[in-house]
Design a protein around this ligand. Structure first.
Ligand code: CIR
Length: 338
């Protein structure tokens, strides 16, 4: 299978940066938790239409297989050789980007986190995934005041047709994650935590150990961000997140490295919907990514766009939010001018 892939036509970054000779020089290596290069690139091999094609099975993968990860990361993130990543959560209060609530429907900021002492989801056994889930549930149970909430195992969500379960569950991963091993034993060992007001949500054992999300129906970016920071401050010392001075927070997919953060809004832009080149120009200027209403690879419905940061590695969290804020102000101004 690997040999056919090397002579095939996949346009993934891993295919571009992994020669057969490099594969041969690394194929005998194993990370601390027994992850191999063959496992790391399985998704790219089984899905030749992958854009990246490689996943990490633990924090050590980024060291042991750095001759292939590094060029993939450099190209995807436009990250220079020898670059470093410094976190910076010191964001001042910002006024809401759309105080009248005319355009922005909601704001959502999520970060991915993995625990440094556990295999990442592509390399987890069922017993390890369950032990990890227990440890995370304990830490989530210690969240206080407005962050306190309830954990629901994914196996139970939807059972009993509780109306409050609506919108809670996450789906089984796609074929790329499936081939990487991320879906193994799904839905066991997975679940969702939510604060009582549902402004904090945590997915446990999806593509990363934790996907921590702060969200609300407003355009108040700094308020949403500061809630997320409070959750991170409480969870981080209890869980010990994998962080590298060069690559930032370590994630299953190299596209999420660095801040591991996606901060975005749902915004209705009826006029810019008919002037897409103007919208895409502004997005480029402010390093933003435009997606369809329901996320990656979906259509724009009712002129509602999902606009979020495109930069993640080599930039601090506060700078990402400030750039998003400035970009949204510019986009709203353009919509109003049209
Ligand atoms: C791929 O290589 O296409 C998949 N493993 C998904 C990569 C993550 N998403 C992305 O590039 N935006």
């Amino acid at each position: 299978m690997t040999a056919t892939w090397f002579s095939g036509t996949s346009s993934s970054l891993v295919k571009k940066h992994l020669s057969q000779a490099l594969f041969k020089s690394l194929e005998h290596l194993e990370t601390a938790s027994g992850f191999t290069l063959e496992k790391a690139i399985r998704s790219g091999i089984q899905n030749p239409d992958s854009s990246i094609g490689i996943y990490a099975g633990d924090a050590d993968s980024y060291q042991v297989f750095s001759p292939v990860f590094d060029p993939v990361i450099s190209e995807y993130h436009n990250f220079p050789k020898g670059g470093t990543h410094v976190s910076d959560f010191a964001l001042p209060d910002l006024p809401p980007a759309d105080p009248g609530g005319k355009y922005i429907l909601s704001t959502r900021i999520r970060v991915a986190r993995n625990l440094k002492d556990y295999s990442f989801p592509a390399n987890l056994t069922l017993s390890c995934r369950k032990a990890l889930e227990k440890k995370i549930i304990r830490a989530l149970g210690l969240l206080e005041s407005d962050l306190a909430g309830e954990y629901r195992p994914l196996e139970d969500v939807g059972k009993g047709h509780r109306p409050e379960d609506k919108g809670l569950a996450f789906e089984k991963g796609d074929r790329f994650q499936d081939a990487a091993g991320i879906n193994s034993d799904f839905p066991k060992g997975r679940g969702v935590f939510h604060s009582l007001d549902r402004k904090l949500m945590v997915w446990v054992n999806e593509e990363d150990h934790l996907r921590i999300m702060s969200l609300e129906r407003s355009s108040h970016l700094s308020l949403v961000f500061h809630r997320l920071c409070r959750a991170l401050q409480a969870l981080s010392p209890r869980l010990g997140f994998a962080f590298d001075h060069r690559l930032g927070y370590l994630t299953s997919c190299p596209t999420n490295l660095g801040t591991a953060m996606r901060a975005g809004v749902h915004i209705r832009l009826e006029k810019l919907d008919r002037k897409k080149e103007l919208l895409h120009g502004l997005a480029k200027e402010y390093h933003l990514q435009i997606r369809g209403t329901r996320g990656e690879k979906t259509e724009v419905e009712d002129a509602v766009f999902d606009i979020s940061n495109a930069q993640r590695l080599g930039i601090g969290e506060a700078a990402v939010i400030q750039t998003l804020h400035q970009g949204l102000l510019a986009i709203i101004k353009a919509e109003e001018t049209l």
